[in-house]
Structures are given as C-alpha cells and as structure tokens.
Design a protein around this ligand. Structure first.
Ligand SMILES: O=C(NCCc1nnc(-c2ccc3[nH]cnc3c2)[nH]1)c1cc(-c2ccc(F)cc2)cc(O)c1O
Ligand SMILES: [Mg+2]
Length: 214
C-alpha cells in the first residue's frame, strides 16, 4: 500500500539523522523537505526566528498547538531549560503516531508531552490534566481558523499570565486575518511581526509575536 508523506518524512529521519541528536533530526527533515517533498513544518528560515524567541523567553512551560510531524516540538525542546517541558496538541492521530516516533528518534520523550485531540476540547482541561498553572510561551501552528477562538479560550481558562508570549505561524500564508486583527488591536497584547517566507519557498509568510499584558 502507498505510504503517506509523514511516513516518508519519518523514514528520512531514521535514515539520515543520528538517534538522540535533535539537531540532526531537524536538519534531516529540512533536507527532505527541500530536496524531496514539501511538508508543512515551520522550516529552517522561520525556525531561526522561533529559536531566537524560545531562547529569549527561556520558557519552563510551552504549549504548541499543531504538532504535525513534531519538527517544531523537537526544535523548541532542544532549547528548553533543564526542567522545561512542552505540551503539543495534534488533531490527526496518524500524524501524531509519526510525531511520536520523530520525537523518540530525537530522544526528547521526557521533554515533550504529545496529546491527540481538538484544541477546543483540550485547552479547558490542561490545568487539571497536566498540573500546568500558566504557559510562558504558546506556539500557534494548527488550523488557521482556530487561532482566534483558542486564544480567547486560553485567556478565559487562565492559561496566560502577564508576560506570556504567543508566537503564531502562517499569519500571511495560509493567513489568519481574524487573529491578526484581534491581537494587533487588543489593548491586552503588544504585537510584533517577523517577516519571513512560507517554509521551503519564496512565498511571503511571517510569525506574529505577541506579549499578553494581563
Ligand atoms: O495547516 C497547517 N497547519 C495545521 C496542521 C495541524 N496539525 N494539528 C492541527 C490541529 C491540532 C489541534 C486542533 N484542534 C482543532 N483543530 C486542530 C488542528 N493542525 C499549515 C498549512 C500550511 C500550508 C501553506 C500553504 C499551502 F499551500 C498549504 C499548506 C503551512 C503551515 O505552516 C501550516 O502550519
Ligand atoms: Mg505552520
């Protein structure tokens, strides 16, 4: 039977990356996506912006919405402080199964908690289920029409504190117009746009970084 793109991406990781070496996993995925098949990872160009934000925030608790194959979860987990953890949410169980194996190849199972399900269902349960008070950093990279409702839900569930950082992928392509309009006009956020390109292409895209002011 025909393999899927995530399965071929995992095979490239297992062939070209060194077990337990997260940076070699990131490199193997970027090479696969540049040389073989495009895939919707945040990628190397926007990934450098992600790295700089993670390093600056030095987060103890990270929430990622939209795991896909685990590329950004691995990239973020590499840079966490010793007790830092990331909870990452994936909707599609087949993608989650691939992401688990990518995360295992990188040797980051202890730092990355992968959860399968819908953000709207999970966000209200995170505090009790995972003993998290608030998140220092949230990386939004899931369905683009969920960025705004899930941001409002995180506010309502008390998952954000004064100084929490939201970093949103794809605010230009595919685009998240309602989220951008809200976050850039809300007195409760201070936002900054980082112009870049859609992963592995010359198409414009960017990351929107927003500080929750409480
Ligand atoms: O759809 C994307 N990403 C979403 C994956 C996901 N993985 N998990 C979820 C989830 C997780 C919990 C959820 N709860 C409710 N919906 C949920 C969706 N969503 C995406 C698409 C593109 C893209 C650009 C140009 C094109 F021509 C085609 C595609 C680029 C990107 O960087 C993306 O991130
Ligand atoms: Mg994305």
């Amino acid at each position: 039977t025909q393999s899927t793109r995530p399965q071929r991406l995992l095979a490239a990781v297992q062939k070209n990356a060194t077990r337990g070496d997260p940076r070699s996993v990131v490199l193997a995925i970027d090479q696969f996506c540049r040389q073989k098949e495009w895939a919707m990872n945040v990628g190397d160009e926007k990934g450098c912006i992600l790295d700089s934000v993670v390093s600056e925030v030095n987060p103890g608790a990270v929430l990622e919405l939209g795991t896909y194959c685990g590329y950004s979860a691995v990239r973020i987990a590499c840079l966490l402080p010793p007790h830092g953890k990331i909870i990452t949410l994936e909707f599609n169980p087949d993608n989650a199964a691939i992401a688990r194996q990518v995360i295992a190849w990188a040797g980051l199972e202890e730092k990355i908690q992968l959860v399968v399900g819908a953000s709207g269902d999970w966000i209200p349960k995170i505090k009790e289920q995972f003993g998290v008070k608030t998140f220092d950093l949230v990386f939004l990279d899931h369905w683009k029409d969920r960025y705004l409702p899930d941001t409002k839900l995180m506010e309502e569930c008390g998952l954000l504190r004064e100084g929490s950082i939201l970093l949103a992928d794809n605010v230009i392509c595919p685009g998240t117009p309602d989220y951008l309009e809200y976050i850039r006009n809300s007195p409760r956020y201070k936002s900054q746009y980082f112009k870049s390109h859609l992963e592995y292409t010359k198409v414009e895209d960017g990351l929107e970084k927003s500080v929750f002011l409480g």
